[in-house]
Design a protein around this ligand. Structure first.
Ligand code: T4K
Length: 375
């Protein structure tokens, strides 16, 4: 096969979607003139309304980042004891439980979509279990029907970590309408972002006011503090960036879909590389492009591939290695029945995908990868 030269500029896993600087400047002038920089101003209000429409949800609350939104979701749902979750996720999922004095109980994942294995949840339920906290990993919806059925039967809450899921629909239903609460991350690396930020979506209108108090020190008015809340407000500049980025999301998704198809057509028949199973009834956002590398058939390990790609100036990521159960503070003997999660964590590699990349670059990254395979 033809030798491919390293890229001149580094290719990262992701680059932020950036609004035109002229539009950003206009927004800054607007905010400066208003002299209202945070604490639920016009930009905040406007973004909440726009996002409710875009995500087609009944209720939405904004936060300064996704992690704190998760922590407060746990508090508003009054979870206690143990929560069943996945070890194959970003640390924030588990940490949000731990920081609320809740023990994460790790359930294994599916090999085809890397999500919590719904058929293994019930074995882990005890008298202390208060909820299930699945993650729609890489924007691929979990088995929401089965999870809902288990939760109903066992009187458990369901809190989805939908950090990767902006704009995803499942069976024509917006992903943020499943479960009791869903969390979306608006970090700069997400398809929609507010630089740092996040939101909770939920169907129960009663959660709105308590979430407001939880993120605003518990303050009702100048002389009344109702509960020990924190400061988790999104500021006006973040909200303004969100309003500008929102207008770019559909185009970004359109381009990434195309890029994703280029990867798939190049890599689908490569022995030793497995692609994520995509479901037919899902509208995806193409936030990530994960692959699995089987050392034996590819004749090179995932770690070797990761290192080799760097030589070409391509910076892939091992999301999510290590597993949460590998962090010293979460590991325990009884949390080790997770063979699928271990396998996926050792084989996973996320390839660069973002709107600025051309189809040619994606083809070249695919070629580099194919050339690495030892025959
Ligand atoms: N739950 C799940 C399942 C999550 O994946 C996340 C976050 C959360 C919860 C928590 O949500 P937040 O509290 O973050 O809202 C990045 C993101 O920081 C993190 O938000 C995200 N998941 C995670 C999957 O990816 P790192 O540690 O990989 O970030 P970093 O700094 O290595 O950046 C990755 C690449 O992105 C860089 O190599 C280059 C590019 N980049 C990054 C930044 C920050 C840019 O081009 N520009 C930038 O400004 O976590």
């Amino acid at each position: 096969m033809k030798e491919i030269k390293p890229f001149k500029e580094p290719i990262y896993i992701i680059r932020p979607v950036l609004p035109d600087l002229k539009d950003v400047n206009k927004k800054i002038v607007e905010i400066w003139n208003s002299k209202w920089l945070t604490n639920f101003g016009d930009q905040h209000r406007a973004l909440e309304e726009e996002l409710k429409k875009y995500l087609k949800v009944r209720n939405l609350s904004l936060f300064c980042n996704g992690t704190i939104a998760l922590q407060l979701a746990i508090q508003v749902l009054e979870l206690t004891g143990e929560v069943i979750t996945t070890p194959f996720t970003f640390p924030a999922t588990s940490h949000s439980l731990y920081l609320n004095n809740i023990t994460p109980i790790y359930c294994d994942i599916n090999l085809n979509d890397f999500n919590l294995a719904a058929d293994k949840i019930e074995d882990l339920i005890t008298s202390k279990t208060s909820a299930i906290m699945p993650v729609h990993v890489f924007g691929n919806p979990c088995d929401v029907e089965k999870i809902e059925q288990i939760a109903k039967k066992n009187d458990l809450k369901v809190m989805y970590d939908a950090a990767h899921c902006f704009g995803v629909d499942y069976k024509e239903k917006p992903i943020g309408t499943f479960g009791d609460i869903s969390m979306f991350s608006f970090h700069a690396t997400k398809i929609f972002h507010t630089i740092e930020g996040g939101a909770l979506t939920y169907n129960d209108d009663d959660l709105k006011d308590k979430l407001y108090l939880l993120k605003n020190f518990g303050i009702r008015d100048e002389e009344t503090v109702l509960l020990p809340g924190t400061n988790a407000k999104m500021n006006e500049l973040q909200a303004a960036i969100g309003l500008l980025t929102l207008s770019l999301v559909d185009e970004e998704i359109r381009i990434r879909k195309k890029l994703s198809e280029v990867y798939t057509s190049n890599l689908k028949d490569v022995e030793g590389i497995r692609l994520l199973d995509r479901k037919k009834d899902v509208k995806y956002n193409y936030q990530y492009y994960p692959i699995l590398i089987d050392t034996e058939t590819f004749k090179m390990s995932r770690d070797q591939v990761y290192e080799e790609m760097k030589k070409y100036n391509v910076f892939t990521r091992k999301y999510f290695y290590p597993l949460c159960t590998d962090y010293k503070f979460y590991s325990s003997e009884d949390q080790n029945n997770i063979p699928n999660a271990k396998k996926v964590a050792n084989e996973i590699l996320c390839l660069p995908i973002y709107g600025e990349l051309s189809e040619e670059v994606i083809s070249n990254i695919s070629k580099i990868l194919k050339n690495l395979k030892k025959t």
